[in-house]
Design a binder for this molecule. Structure first.
Ligand code: URA
Length: 259
């Protein structure tokens, strides 16, 4: 008995999806999805043996993976932010964009600041760049809901201008508290601004990407921002190389390239 219409349709849509991934620069797929049920002990139990304390940063420094404290929940941190007016961005925003995803995610993506659509919808990375980010996340073997996504700044700068140092300063403690509450095994910093703000450096993203750095004991991989990739699709391959390193850190195998 041959495949029926429904099966043909499934195969065709799978083929379209794979072709789309290949065009995005993805040259392999995970063998098996990561296993991690949200729960208080998940962060500790899913660390690969010997992973804690074994991080070597770009400068060769050794950092110790943080013990999940479980001290504070994301809901508590959000409550503390309230109708934030700690910097002037509070007055111009429509919605404070705190973050979305699994509160005990293994993997955290951090962008720069909400754009227009994000400000309106209250969710990070929902525009065109966000759709590309979702495809990258899926190619890594995760559903968007399984990871956590947020921005360094929680409010949209007017006209999407670059964030000011005092705005970063006002938000930075909340960023760190979010990271501590989630206790991810790895962080991906998306683009120049997020990488520079989190790492406290002025190094360009082209120098920062491709190697793990340390953010308060958590391995952080800087990579190009999806919005940059929309303008420079030929750089997607470098992002996929960075994401393969992240997958390796999480113990997710990738299929070898076909050619
Ligand atoms: N760019 C970002 O850095 N963050 C978003 O949420 C959307 C676009």
């Amino acid at each position: 008995m041959g495949p029926d219409d429904g099966q043909f349709e499934t195969i065709a849509s799978l083929r379209r999806y794979l072709e789309e991934l290949r065009e995005s620069g993805v040259d392999g797929l995970p063998f098996s999805p990561p296993e991690r049920a949200p729960g208080p002990d998940a962060a500790a139990s899913s660390l690969p043996p010997g992973a804690a304390g074994s991080l070597s940063g770009a400068d060769g420094a050794v950092a110790v993976a943080p013990a999940p404290t479980g001290a504070e929940t994301l809901a508590e941190i959000r409550g503390d932010l309230g109708e934030c007016r700690r910097c002037t961005l509070g007055a111009g925003r429509t919605t404070l964009v705190f973050g979305v995803g699994n509160p005990k995610a293994r993997l955290l993506f951090v962008g720069e600041a909400p754009g227009r659509e994000e400000d309106l919808r209250g969710e990070p990375f929902v525009g065109e760049a966000g759709q590309l980010l979702t495809r990258i996340i899926k190619a890594m073997g995760f559903a968007r809901e399984e990871v956590y996504i947020c921005n360094v700044l929680k409010c949209r700068p007017p006209g999407n201008r670059n964030p000011l140092p005092e705005e970063v300063e006002a938000c930075s403690t909340f960023m760190l508290r979010q990271v501590r509450a989630i206790a991810p095994e790895a962080i991906v910093a998306l683009g120049t601004f997020a990488a520079q703000a989190l790492l406290g450096t002025k190094e360009p993203i082209s120098k920062l990407r491709g190697v793990f750095h340390d953010y308060h004991g958590i391995p952080l991989m800087p990579t190009f921002h999806p919005a940059f990739l929309l303008r420079n699709p030929e750089r997607k391959r470098e992002v996929w190389e960075d994401m393969k390193q992240v997958m390796g850190r999480l113990g997710i195998a990738t299929a070898p390239p076909k050619d």
